[in-house]
Design a protein around this ligand. Structure first.
Ligand code: NAI
Ligand code: 15L
Length: 267
């Protein structure tokens, strides 16, 4: 199928706004959706406010869509109620609507927090099983496994991007490993919209010298990141969390809040 009509959920958010600028004019239609206010539609765009937790609104939203970049949801740690509504129910509604609409691909914004309780070293790769560090991380692991079900059972193409820290520039020592530049993020989305696959897990990370991940699966599919957080190393070395647990594990500051176990018991 030629991808002509693309939907971005979470279009009002930080990555949604970056991706909107990048995709403008590259597809016959870019449909944008969020519950938060969005800029008015430009040529080739449609702006449709919708709540991910509203199953019927999702059915209407996915109509005629070839590929969706699913960025919408609660993007940090939250209460179970918040996570359940936006990320669990929201994800189910999104995938189910995509299936019913005959959408070919879902690019899912997963997170490093789905695997946040893996130790930083030695490096892990896309085969690392979920090891969530937070309720938020649990919801991202759920989204990945939900995507696997829709890929196997219903033939959707599903591209799970375990994004590290995607922002203008890294802000601490951990992000020298986890940072993804906006242009590398947009390039990874381009790969997800064009490569040939059924179900893949890749890391959303730049070509960082200290990356926690072997991202050869993304490279195999055509990902060629150009940025490297190392240019900020002198400024950021030593900016660390005071918690040992945050510094041992991939998820950093998502690991310690609410933690009441013993580090040596983490399996
Ligand atoms: P963001 O918080 O700026 O954007 C998320 C958007 O989702 C917001 O505009 C929000 O209004 C919308 N949203 C929340 N609940 C909704 C609902 N019930 N219905 C419809 N829309 C809803 O987050 P950001 O940074 O743009 O991230 C985008 C995606 O990438 C998120 O799913 C996040 O979990 C994921 N991600 C981002 C990383 C980063 O470093 N920016 C790292 C790892 C994952
Ligand atoms: C995420 O999943 C969050 O959405 C983002 O706000 C950052 O905190 C990022 O992970 C990170 O781990 O740095």
């Amino acid at each position: 199928m030629t991808i002509e009509r693309v939907l971005i959920t979470g279009a009002a958010g930080a990555l949604g706004r970056v991706l909107r600028r990048h995709l403008r004019g590259r597809y016959a239609l870019v449909r944008l959706s969020d519950i938060a206010p969005m800029e008015p539609a430009a040529a080739g765009e449609e702006v449709i406010p919708a709540d991910l937790a509203d199953a019927e609104a999702m059915m209407r939203l996915l109509k005629g869509i070839d590929a969706v970049v699913h960025l919408g949801g609660h993007s940090v740690e939250g209460t179970w109620e918040q996570i359940l509504r936006a990320n669990i129910v929201g994800c189910i509604n999104l995938f189910e609507a995509a299936r019913k609409a005959g959408t070919e691909r879902v690019l899912f914004a997963s997170s490093n927090h789905a695997v946040g309780f893996h130790r930083r070293w030695p490096r892990t790769d896309h085969t690392a099983p979920p090891k969530p560090d937070s309720r938020y991380g649990v919801s991202k692991a759920f989204g990945e496994i939900l995507g696997l079900y829709y890929a196997n059972k219903h033939g959707l193409r599903v591209f799970c991007m375990r994004i590290g820290s995607c922002r203008e520039q890294p802000v601490d020592e951990r992000q020298l490993s986890t940072w993804q530049s906006y242009r590398d993020f947009c390039h990874l989305v381009d790969v997800g919209l064009s490569a040939w696959y059924r179900y893949e897990i890749v890391y959303g990370v730049s070509a960082n010298t200290r990356s926690f991940w072997d991202n050869s699966n993304a490279e195999r599919l055509g990902y060629r990141p150009i940025d490297n957080a190392e240019i900020w190393a002198a400024q950021l070395e030593g900016i660390k969390s005071p918690n040992l647990i945050d510094e041992l594990f991939i998820g950093g500051p998502f690991c310690s809040p609410d933690f009441s176990g013993r580090i040596e018991d983490i399996v």
